[in-house]
Design a protein around this ligand. Structure first.
Ligand code: F1P
Length: 360
């Protein structure tokens, strides 16, 4: 029987465009059986949080740690699972107990499983996991698992699972400190996020079709640095393009040497750091770079220095906007991959889950 050829990128595109609706379903799933209340009671009064993941899930950890500090006022850090395994003394505080959170869409990534076993069995630390899949090894090892099942993808590349698990952890943080206003802002996101997303696909596809970029740079500071890394990874995974990521102001200290019209430099502009970040944007434009800006609202100075502007226009607290900053990079990677004749549903060299041989 011949299998009908699927349209390249069909699944990935559908999953990208489903995000606002998916978020709605995830919040409903979290609230209907009070998953967040149950977890916050199970891990009370922890003071030092450690978010752990691999690949895209490590970038969730970066954004979740920044969110946790802002929402709860507690200490929080993010590490790739590999660092915990290879350098535990650099990661685990000697004098205090931390609360680990293991992030894994599949619940099956070998390094995350090894990290969970190390923490639970060797360090005797109770762990919280967050995943988009059930009946996977991680839930057997971790003490408790937060499930975001509507966010799972058919695709290899993580898109809605990234934004949904980030929102789920932000919602958990607001539950801990009873930040009702922030919790409500997150749950109101789907509708305005849909309005922000709707015009993006045709605009970004047109921008991609009108340019041939040699490589890509993503820049951001603070809570958006994890998002810049994720945007960078989407372009790499879906289009096999060379993409890098730096803190915005760090770009001046050497990496600026690569600025040219063939390099697309994307700025994820924050609200708190907008003035300083816009100065770097203006410098890059002055050097002849091609610039793209993702901002909640673009100032006139930004519009003057940007070749392409994506505005989110989300009337929510700054940290509640983080997930939506993933949309442009996801679409840029999708349309760039399609333009290069690739199939983002089957990214080169990648597997949906990284499972290592037991000897590793
Ligand atoms: C993490 C991950 C993804 C990557 C690819 C392979 O998976 O490394 O970041 O894009 O899909 O798996 P998980 O631990 O979140 O399932």
């Amino acid at each position: 029987m011949t299998v009908a050829p699927t349209t390249p990128g069909r699944h990935t595109q559908a999953e990208i465009l489903s995000q606002p609706q998916c978020w709605q379903e995830c919040f409903h799933s979290l609230d209907e059986n009070d998953q967040l209340g149950r977890v916050s009671k199970q891990f009370p009064d922890q003071s030092d949080w450690l978010f752990i993941g691999c690949g895209t899930s490590y970038y969730i950890a970066l954004a979740a740690a920044a969110s946790w500090i802002r929402i709860t006022g507690l200490r929080a850090r993010a590490v790739p699972a590999s660092d915990l395994l290879l350098y535990p003394e650099l990661v685990l505080p000697r004098d205090a107990r931390c609360q680990p959170v293991l992030i894994s869409r599949s619940g099956h990534t070998s390094e995350v499983l090894k990290a969970a076993e190390f923490l639970e069995l060797k360090e005797n630390i109770r762990t919280l996991a967050i995943s988009c899949a059930t009946h996977q090894p991680l839930e057997e090892i971790s003490t408790t698992t937060l499930y975001l099942l509507p966010a799972d993808e058919q695709s290899t590349v993580m898109t809605r699972s990234f934004t949904s698990m980030l929102l789920g952890l932000q919602a958990l943080a607001s539950t801990y400190v009873r930040e009702e206003a922030f919790a409500a802002a997150l749950r109101q996101l789907p509708a305005p996020a849909q309005r922000a997303l709707d015009p993006m696909p045709p605009r970004i596809q047109q921008f991609v079709d009108a340019h041939d970029f040699a490589d890509y740079v993503f820049l951001a500071q603070g809570p958006l640095f994890g998002l810049a890394n994720e945007n960078m990874l989407k372009v790499k995974e879906m289009s096999c393009s060379y993409a890098q990521c730096f803190h915005t102001l760090e770009f001046r200290h050497g990496p600026k040497a690569i600025v040219s019209p063939e390099t697309l430099i994307t700025f994820l502009l924050s609200e708190s750091g907008a003035e300083a970040e816009t100065e770097v944007l203006q410098e890059v434009k002055g050097l002849g770079g091609t610039t793209m800006v993702v901002a909640n609202v673009a100032s006139s100075a930004v519009r003057e220095a940007a070749d392409f502007v994506v505005e989110l226009r989300l009337d929510v607290p700054e940290f509640a906007r983080l997930a939506a900053y993933a949309f442009p990079g996801q679409l840029l990677g999708l349309y760039t991959g399609l333009k290069k004749g690739q199939d983002p549903d089957r990214p080169r060299n990648l597997s949906r889950v990284v499972i290592l041989n037991s000897k590793d």
